[in-house]
Design a protein around this ligand. Structure first.
Ligand SMILES: NC(=O)c1ccc[n+]([C@@H]2O[C@H](COP(=O)([O-])OP(=O)(O)OC[C@H]3O[C@@H](n4cnc5c(N)ncnc54)[C@H](O)[C@@H]3O)[C@@H](O)[C@H]2O)c1
Length: 359
């Protein structure tokens, strides 16, 4: 085991940042050394809690030659600019999703990282979870036969019920905030998508924040898409920011010629996994190893740091994230113009986790 640690800094010290910092500080391959935020008080609070330095600005953080890997936890609309600035400063980057909100920008970031010899990875990485790896392992085993249809139905509830700053989540649109999870899972398992047909609407326009501030939606809070994969799979993706506490929260059902696999949640690493031979009842399948409770968002940061130390490629790739951005953009085009929209980019899917491979 190497004693080398990758020096990691976080930009964007908001809601999700504690979940990252709590885990990163426990990873043998990482040393959490710095923070910055548009609001300097937030960065100071993080430095006080986790140790390391609060930088006055991203420019100041990037000027520190000892920082190797920047974890970008800013809000969706800032990702492209922040990631670009980090890459131009010679830093490896792992970013929250989406990589960018335009495919042209996502592609530019992938090309920039490649040209500079830097690593670029992006959330979501829930395919690294124990439940998701278990479902994938059953699919790889061939037990369910050829999978031709997947239903991914995400009832994500109302962001304003828990998040102090919900407006950006609604402004970017549900497919960008939540649809991105099943899309990344499915492209990990089945490779690139080639055609997208989508529709959507605002089903619950008038919202109120926890503090009583009224806001209204113009971007669909319900979307429905048919995704056609290069390898032949067809998937239905539905997602909404309305149904809260429904029976179905975020499951994926994979239907094959010989049976079906059910993954109870697209993001919980300890989700239920079930298998049913064709026409028979579903039975619970034990996870390949005990599942992390909930979602370990920072798992990809550890994986990238370990890959940097070992000198191998990391699993979460900018190319896959850019492909997902192209799908998301195609969904928007189809929703606006009607009809199917072609998707052209490709990527090399990540390998299964070592602990889930071949068992
Ligand atoms: N909150 C969650 O449960 C959750 C879960 C998964 C993923 N995410 C993703 O994490 C990201 C952040 O979400 P959040 O909920 O923490 O948002 P948030 O609004 O709570 O925090 C974002 C932080 O980034 C800072 N920021 C924005 N632009 C910046 C910039 N240019 N430079 C420096 N700091 C900047 C803001 O001041 C704020 O402190 C989003 O991309 C979201 O999709 C959030």
């Amino acid at each position: 085991m190497s004693s080398r640690k990758i020096r990691v800094a976080i930009v964007g010290c908001g809601n999700i940042a504690n979940r990252y910092a709590d885990r990163i500080q426990t990873y043998a391959a990482c040393e959490l050394v710095g923070f910055c935020d548009l609001d300097p008080a937030r960065a100071k609070d993080f430095a006080a809690k986790y140790g390391g330095r609060a930088y006055a600005s991203l420019t100041e953080l990037l000027a520190d030659p000892t920082i190797e890997l920047v974890v970008n936890l800013t809000i969706h609309f800032a990702h492209y600019e922040v990631v670009k600035q980090c890459l131009l400063a010679g830093k490896h980057v792992h970013t929250e999703k989406p990589l960018a909100i335009r495919y042209s920008e996502a592609k530019e970031l992938v090309e920039l990282a490649a040209a500079r010899g830097l690593r670029l990875g992006s959330a979501p990485v829930t395919y690294m979870g124990e439940a998701q790896q278990t479902a994938w392992r059953i699919l790889r085993s061939g037990k369910a036969g050829r999978v031709r249809l997947v239903y991914a139905d995400i009832n994500h509830g109302r962001i304003e019920a828990w998040h102090p700053n919900p407006e950006p989540f609604y402004a970017v649109g549900i497919q960008w905030d939540v649809g991105v999870y099943p899309l990344t899972l499915l492209t990990t398992m089945f490779g690139p998508v080639r055609r997208v047909t989508a529709t959507g609407k605002v089903v619950y326009p008038d919202r109120v924040t926890k503090e009583g501030r009224k806001f209204s939606l113009t971007t669909p809070d319900f979307v429905l898409a048919m995704l056609e994969f290069e390898e032949g799979l067809t998937a239905r993706l539905s997602a909404n920011f309305y149904v809260q506490g429904g029976k179905q929260r975020g499951g994926l059902e994979f239907s094959g010629d010989l049976g079906s696999v059910y993954l109870g949640d697209f993001q919980g690493f300890d989700a239920t996994v079930e298998y049913a031979p064709l026409g028979a009842a579903f039975e619970t399948v034990p996870l390949v190893r005990p599942g992390f409770k909930g979602t370990e968002f920072a798992r990809a940061v550890e994986e990238m740091a370990e890959a940097m130390i070992a000198g191998r490629p990391q699993r979460a790739s900018g190319a896959q994230a850019a492909h997902v951005v192209e799908i998301l953009e195609a969904m928007g085009t189809s929703m606006r113009d009607g009809g199917p929209v072609a998707v052209t980019s490709s990527f090399v899917p990540p390998a299964p986790m070592d602990w889930a491979d071949g068992k």
